[in-house]
Design a protein around this ligand. Structure first.
Ligand SMILES: C[S@@+](CC[C@H](N)C(=O)[O-])C[C@H]1O[C@@H](n2cnc3c(N)ncnc32)[C@H](O)[C@@H]1O
Length: 275
């Protein structure tokens, strides 16, 4: 049960987080916010939102741990392998054939870069298989709100376990052991060259460089309330080139006006195409 005082203290806490760290929780589902705040409050040994606000003022390092908990940056190379298999057999070959030297993709909510680099690997590998003489030279915009994740993405070095879902042949071809960091692999320059990272908030910032041939927006929207989801879907649908492809996470579904613009192509893998 929550009291009115509890609501007011929550609002004050959220305002404080926004003022100090520029992170607005307005678009997030309240149930999810409360759940994740409760995890951090338990870890800090405080029981009310007001106590937690005070704790944050006295221990500013806690803001980092809280933002980690709120933004949930779990990811993996080749996450949800079936989706990537689907992209490998249809979407990627089509993209390389049609737009090989000028494709534009966007990984929105890219976390520490695994999704964007996976896409870069598939595009490069398709160019290799088809012997595209000029190779490929497009760009993948990879954006996230979380600066810490973006820093990790820019480093391009990952523990071996991050590759568990990725076919071994791809890992071996596009990543190499890092002699200074045993147990880690680093990306090759050819992969790195295709990806451009930037900070971006999908709830407030416009799409960075439309029109896009492909937008990956996976496992991000689930945290937002319905009106925010519908607004972002519409904005992203409009940011696609004609025939462009939109991919959501496995448990996410498009709603709102974007449904008039995007046609469902694969329900299981949440692949849509702009009409
Ligand atoms: C679970 S990860 C998804 C990573 C990747 N797309 C995947 O599916 O593996 C969710 C990411 O969304 C980011 N995120 C959350 N809210 C955001 C916002 N308002 N704008 C941009 N990114 C956001 C988080 O920082 C986190 O890195």
């Amino acid at each position: 049960m929550k009291s009115l005082g509890d609501d007011k203290a929550l609002q004050e806490l959220l305002q404080q987080i926004n003022a100090v760290r520029g992170f607005s929780c307005d678009a997030y589902k309240e149930s999810g916010l409360r759940r994740r705040l409760a995890v951090r409050m338990r870890a800090c040994g405080v029981h009310t939102f007001a106590q937690y606000a005070q704790h944050l003022r006295e221990n500013t390092a806690e803001y980092d741990r809280l933002l980690d908990a709120l933004t949930i940056n779990v990811t993996q190379f080749y996450r949800n392998a079936d989706t990537w298999d689907r992209l490998t057999t249809t979407v990627v070959p089509d993209l390389v054939a049609r737009r090989g030297s000028a494709f534009r993709c966007w990984s929105a909510g890219c976390a520490s870069g695994e999704e964007a680099y996976t896409l870069a690997v598939l595009l490069l590998d398709e160019a290799r298989k088809t012997g595209a003489t000029n190779g490929i030279a497009g760009c993948i915009d990879a954006t996230d709100f979380d600066v810490k994740s973006l820093k990790k993405a820019g480093e391009g070095r990952y523990p071996e376990e991050a590759f568990d879902a990725m076919p071994n042949s791809l890992t071996a071809r596009y990543f190499h052991p890092d002699s200074e960091h045993p147990g880690s692999l680093s990306i090759s320059d050819s992969v790195r060259r295709l990806v451009r990272f930037a900070q971006h908030d999908v709830t407030t910032d416009p799409p960075p460089n439309p029109p896009y041939d492909l937008i990956l927006f996976r496992n991000v929207v689930i945290y937002f309330d319905r009106p925010t989801q519908e607004r972002i879907f519409l904005e992203m649908a409009n940011a696609l080139a004609s025939g462009g492809v939109f991919v959501l996470g496995k448990v996410e579904t498009i709603s709102g006006a974007a449904r008039d613009i995007l046609q469902l192509e694969d329900i299981r893998e949440r692949v849509y195409r702009r009409r």
